[in-house]
Design a protein around this ligand. Structure first.
Ligand code: C2E
Ligand code: CA
Ligand code: CA
Ligand code: CA
Length: 279
């Protein structure tokens, strides 16, 4: 048994080493990817539930890897977070999202709002304010158009610091959304002090609709609370018509999910907007 135990330690150690070598490799490649312009943004429609019309988009980062093909955040975002690379990455995402809004304006598409994901790592000092300012200024895009999404977890940590930062953004007219709502145990008392415009209900609760009574109660309560606090609701991860119908009945106004559209590149998203305008 003793020898066995020792072997297990050796095997475990080898796994750990392989994992850390893998993450070192991703780290150094990700630096190059930023320099070489291998990152891309994909856009997922945010629709008005009542009409099905696309009223906005969420920008989601992808990595066009020279050997491994198109990678999603699951393949690299943890490494980016743990090494701090997510800070320059997040700056690029803001800049590219603002540039894309300006390109679509120039192409004559109807103006809409775009949401970008912001990491807790970007909240240190004035990093986010600087990244945001230079993104919208360089693109000539109104701050009202570029919304930021912060997870409930990110918001709950460092409430005081975040409040100061969020109030600055609010002064500029920036819309703020709480992402993955329902996973972070935030109290009602604390939410009411945050300058938040939107509440995105986490996919894990939408998944259980229409069958799960607990999920139904949670979504219903979240919608009521959001409305009482003057926030809009976005239901995330809507995959079926039955889910959309329940959400509509609960008066959630906006939704996002595969039922309405998967994340696609800028060209495909623009085509979607044109088709909608033509219809
Ligand atoms: P998120 O912000 O919660 O984004 C929604 C994720 O759910 C996206 O995954 C999207 O493709 C996926 N999704 C959308 N609709 C459905 C659906 O109906 N069913 C299912 N099963 N999934 C759906 P993605 O693009 O892989 O992104 C995963 C996470 O990576 C994001 O979760 C976000 O936390 C993070 N992320 C993405 N882009 C960025 C970024 O630019 N910066 C930072 N810091 N994080 C990012
Ligand atoms: Ca998000
Ligand atoms: Ca989310
Ligand atoms: Ca999520």
């Amino acid at each position: 048994a003793k020898a066995n135990g020792k072997n297990q330690v050796v095997v475990f150690d080898a796994h750990l080493r392989a994992a850390s070598e893998q993450s070192l490799r991703i780290e150094s490649e990700l630096w190059l990817a930023l320099e070489r312009g291998e990152l891309r943004l994909f856009y997922q429609p945010i629709v008005e539930l009542a009409s099905g019309r696309t009223v906005g988009a969420e920008a989601l980062v992808r990595w066009q890897h020279p050997q491994r093909g198109l990678l999603g955040p699951a393949d690299f975002i943890d490494v980016a977070e743990s090494t701090g690379l997510v800070v320059p990455l997040g700056g690029w995402v803001l800049a590219e999202a603002a540039r894309q809004l300006a390109r679509w304006d120039a192409d004559g598409l109807a103006p809409m709002q775009m949401a970008v994901n912001v990491s807790a790592r970007q909240l240190g000092g004035d990093v986010l304010l600087q990244q945001y300012r230079s993104a919208v200024d360089a693109a000539g895009c109104a701050p009202q158009r570029l919304e930021i999404e912060l997870t409930e977890h990110t918001l709950v940590d460092n409430v005081d610091v975040n409040l100061r930062l969020l109030n600055r953004l609010r002064d500029w007219g920036v819309s703020i959304a709480i992402d993955d709502f329902g996973t972070g145990l935030s109290s009602l008392a604390y939410l009411k002090h945050l300058p938040v415009n939107k509440l995105k209900i986490d996919r894990s609760f939408v998944d259980g609709l229409p069958g799960d009574a607990g999920d139904h109660a949670i979504v219903s309560a979240a919608v009521s609370m959001a409305h009482a606090l003057g926030m809009q609701v976005v239901a995330e991860g809507v995959e079926t018509r039955a889910q959309a119908d329940v959400l509509c009945g609960l008066h959630a106004s906006l939704a996002q999910g595969w039922l309405f559209g998967r994340p696609v590149d800028a060209q495909a998203f623009a085509q979607r907007l044109r088709d909608q305008d033509a219809a």
